[in-house]
Design a protein around this ligand. Structure first.
Ligand code: FES
Ligand code: CO
Length: 347
């Protein structure tokens, strides 16, 4: 599936940039589903996003400057407000500005310290994470980086319980126990699904690596939620009462590139576990995933016949079914690289 070719994907919210990286003075460029956008903070310090292409001679607005909540094109100086309306043409003396002088503006809001953008009419709200609003939990921002991997590949990996013992052999995996735990429960929801399973870690050496929880064995309850199309939460509950929730979004930049956004939320304190140590552990695990995922073919098929599968692929198969059903519902056909292109690339 080529994400840039499926218009329905423009109707989801995606986190695109940490709010701390936006300002009232400097534009911030981003590419979402192949659409070039530019973000900044308006005079009320709220994030805004418009198309990053001037309607005059197509110069990139993000090379310009922000003043009084508006962005001014660096080429001839036209200025646009947060609705994308041209509000100043320096070459005009007193004539009115035609209403056709405008660029597309997109819905943009702040949530979880990120600016989220939806390029169309949102199908669903931004994923709800109740723990983020619970004062007994703390927020730890982890990663914001660009990966050369398609959204479908990377979101499937988040629910793939068989890869860990190989990909994460150096961090927490155990190649001596390659059979993944059974998937106990997958409940489909309007916005994705919830998957629960219990993971028993018996190897004492692995315990030491396991965020310092030193017991003979650990039974971790994992609850994974999929939020269509490319976001998830992973909530790990340890027997000692610790809740460790990871939110990850793979914001689709284009067909083969995703922006990783990851933060975690925990009900402990810096005295229990230092944020730097938690980030360091997740850094290793995340890098292990990235190394393998960037070797995968980006045009992942929704159709199951093109690849082989095993029992632990069940969540990924549901993801493919749901996305295929979404396309059907909105009258879209899955877009793929043409056969001739893929032959040329492979040969
Ligand atoms: Fe933007 Fe001319 S191209 S003002
Ligand atoms: Co992994």
């Amino acid at each position: 599936m080529l994400v840039t070719q499926q218009p329905i994907l423009r109707r989801f919210w995606y986190p695109v940039v940490p709010i701390a990286q936006l300002s009232t003075e400097h534009p911030y460029p981003f590419q979402l589903l192949g659409q070039k956008i530019v973000l900044w903070l308006d005079s009320l310090k709220q994030p805004v996003a418009v198309a990053d292409k001037c309607c005059h001679r197509s110069a990139q607005l993000s090379k310009g400057a922000i003043a009084n909540g508006c962005i001014r094109c660096p080429y001839h100086g036209w200025a646009y407000n947060k609705e994308g309306k041209c509000v100043d043409v320096p070459q005009f003396k007193s004539q009115p500005i035609p209403v056709s002088y405008q660029v597309a503006a997109f819905q943009c809001v702040e949530r979880y310290d990120y600016a989220w953008v939806c390029l169309g009419d949102p199908l669903h709200p931004i994923p709800a994470i109740p723990e983020a609003d619970d004062s007994s939990f703390r927020m730890i921002h982890e990663f914001y980086e660009t990966w050369q991997v398609s959204g479908l590949r990377v979101i499937e990996n988040s629910f793939d319980s068989a890869h860990g013992h190989f990909v994460h052999a150096s961090s927490w995996g155990d190649q001596g126990n390659p059979v993944p735990p059974p998937i106990d429960e997958i409940t489909e929801t309007e916005t994705g699904f919830v998957m629960k399973h219990w993971l028993e870690v018996l190897n004492p050496e692995l315990q030491k690596k396991n965020l310092g929880i030193a017991t003979e064995k650990t039974i971790r309850t994992n609850e994974r939620r999929w939020f269509m199309p490319f976001a998830r939460t992973l909530k790990i509950q340890y027997p000692n009462g610790l809740n460790h929730l990871i939110f990850t979004a793979y914001t689709p930049i284009d067909d083969r590139t995703s922006q990783l956004v990851q933060f975690c939320i925990r009900n402990d304190t810096e005295a229990d576990a230092q944020a730097a140590d938690i980030i360091a552990f997740d850094r290793q695990v995340t890098q292990e995933d990235r190394d393998i995922l960037e070797t995968t073919e980006y045009d992942a098929p929704l159709c199951l016949a093109e690849e082989q599968h095993m029992a632990s692929d069940k969540p990924g198969i549901i993801i493919r079914h749901r996305l295929a059903a979404l396309l059907r519902e909105y009258g879209e056909v899955e877009q793929r690289r043409s056969q001739s292109t893929s032959t040329a690339v492979q040969s």
